[in-house]
Design a protein around this ligand. Structure first.
Ligand SMILES: Nc1ncnc2c1ncn2[C@@H]1O[C@H](COP(=O)(O)OP(=O)(O)OP(=O)(O)O)[C@@H](O)[C@H]1O
Length: 291
């Protein structure tokens, strides 16, 4: 099973949303990380065969999906960023409706739906109207619809937006448990969403693929560059203007400011172990992009 993106570019009129993306994906979770406007959703829409590249090609097990989208579609699960549910349907009715659209037989769909409602902890709510569901519950219904055909390729675009911290953790655990031998692509601009579940990260900015590496390699790239400076509150704006500030926490002895910089930012700065968030901020800000 292999998804290959070869020199893919996408333009909307004069706007270059993606430029020369090359990426080979194998089973497991890949985290697509990048600031707003990086091109993550555009890439995902092309992988989901909703849009076609302006240049380059995307192949699924060697077949160009622009020419033969049906080859991938039957093995695809997609949770778009703007996924909406019909408020007057129950999860059961909604999933039956989507299953029918996907061409699943009513009988096999019913078995699969019951299975998914159990896995996604929605069984007790199967007959409640979706209009009364919380954001997290709706996302779980969204995931359920994306899994109806037991897809080999699962694409989830910013799935944790609007979830509370508990739901976020639940969602991450769910994705980890689903990975098995499918290819899962999860896009987000929130580093902690993918840190724990994605063994590979594709970092995008300005429509380009900036890095494709394991989180530990990304972290390694900023070791010896992460500093703790204890600052008076008045100096913080100046430091923020000059350096990439990863966090600033008010403590009794001043503001503990975490700075990612090649050079020691102040005489009293001490080194800290690097994190993925530091690596992300460093990489993105060095391209002149607001993280
Ligand atoms: N249909 C479209 N028409 C014109 N421009 C578009 C279209 N879709 C995306 N873009 C532009 O392409 C760029 C990439 O957008 P995209 O939505 O893919 O980024 P993203 O990384 O998913 O960001 P976000 O998290 O904000 O959705 C942006 O500058 C966006 O405005």
């Amino acid at each position: 099973m292999e998804l290959q993106i070869e020199q893919v570019s996408k333009s909307y009129g004069a706007k270059h949303a993606l430029s020369g993306i090359t990426l080979k994906l194998k089973p497991g979770v890949t985290g697509l990380l990048g600031p707003n406007g990086a091109g993550k959703s555009t890439l995902m829409r092309m992988l989901a065969t909703i849009e076609k590249p302006t240049q380059g090609r995307i192949t699924w097990n060697g077949v160009d999906i622009a020419g033969q989208p049906q080859v991938l579609r039957k093995e695809l699960g997609y949770l778009p960023q703007d996924f909406g549910v019909y408020p007057n349907l129950t999860p059961l009715e909604f999933l039956e409706y989507i299953a029918a659209m996907k061409g699943l037989s009513a009988r096999s769909a019913r078995t699969r739906i019951n299975e998914l409602l159990e896995i996604l902890n929605l069984a007790n709510d199967r007959k409640r109207l979706l209009g009364g569901f919380s954001g997290g519950m709706r996302q779980r219904v969204g995931i359920a619809q994306s899994l109806l055909n037991d897809p080999s390729l699962l694409i989830v675009d910013e799935p944790t937006v609007g979830l509370d911290p508990g739901e976020r953790i639940g969602f991450r655990n769910l994705l980890s448990s689903l990975s098995g031998d499918r290819i899962i692509i999860l896009s987000t601009h929130i580093v902690t969403d993918i840190e724990s579940i994605a063994p590979t990260i594709a970092l995008m900015a300005k429509g380009r693929l900036v890095k494709h590496a394991a989180p530990e390699n990304l972290i390694q790239s900023v070791e010896q560059k992460v500093w703790n400076c204890i600052l008076p509150a008045a100096s913080l704006p100046e430091m923020q203007a000059k350096y990439t500030v990863s966090s600033a926490i008010q403590r009794s002895d001043g503001i503990h400011t975490r700075i990612v910089s090649d050079l020691r930012p102040s005489a009293n700065a001490t080194l800290l172990p690097a994190s993925l968030e530091d690596a992300y901020l460093y990489t993105v800000s060095s391209l002149g992009v607001q993280p």
